[in-house]
Design a protein. Structure first.
Length: 168
């Protein structure tokens, strides 16, 4: 459960929850638009990219239309979102669709059930700006080489100092 909640802290939140909680007013105003989140920029439906919309038009509504995550402007659905507590499917929009085994951002967990981070979760965090490529650590060769160079420099300095004493 902690990993799930950390996921929300990292940005897996949807402004659709705010819209859904404020009565799903038909006209968006500037106050509501400020709640569009990074994950909402990848929230699409067949309605949003269909007639009257188009590729890249997000679906920022709280209703029972199937919403999905897509990284190519809505052309390829990757995984479905929940739709909202009040006007959607009864589950907050800041989650995957309930009970589909989609990933750690599933909204419910049964007693004894184990949720794990899955490819869908990683794809979503990658889309909202987290770099999922691990940063490589310096290899042992580089570390040994650096230690060797440092040792060589110390020995050379020691010999130079001895040479200076002999000359003087």
């Amino acid at each position: 459960m902690a990993v799930h909640e950390i996921g929300h802290l990292l940005g897996f939140i949807s402004g659709v929850d705010n819209l859904d909680g404020n009565g799903n007013a038909p006209g968006l105003n500037d106050n509501q638009l400020k709640f569009v989140s990074a994950i909402d920029l990848y929230r699409f439906s067949s309605r949003s990219i269909g007639t009257g919309g188009g590729v890249g038009v997000i679906d920022w509504t709280a209703d029972n239309t199937v919403k999905y995550l897509s990284e190519d402007g809505g052309l390829t659905p990757l995984v479905t979102f929940s739709n909202g507590d009040n006007f959607g499917d009864g589950v907050g929009a800041s989650h995957w669709e309930d009970n589909l085994g989609i990933g750690i951002m599933d909204p419910t967990v049964a007693s004894g059930e184990f949720l794990s981070i899955m490819a869908n979760d990683l794809a979503a965090f990658d889309m909202i700006g987290y770099n999922l490529t691990p940063t490589p650590e310096p290899s042992n060769c580089i570390l040994l080489g650096a230690a060797g160079l440092a040792g060589f420099a110390l020995v050379r300095r020691y010999r130079y100092d001895r040479f200076q004493k002999i000359i003087a």
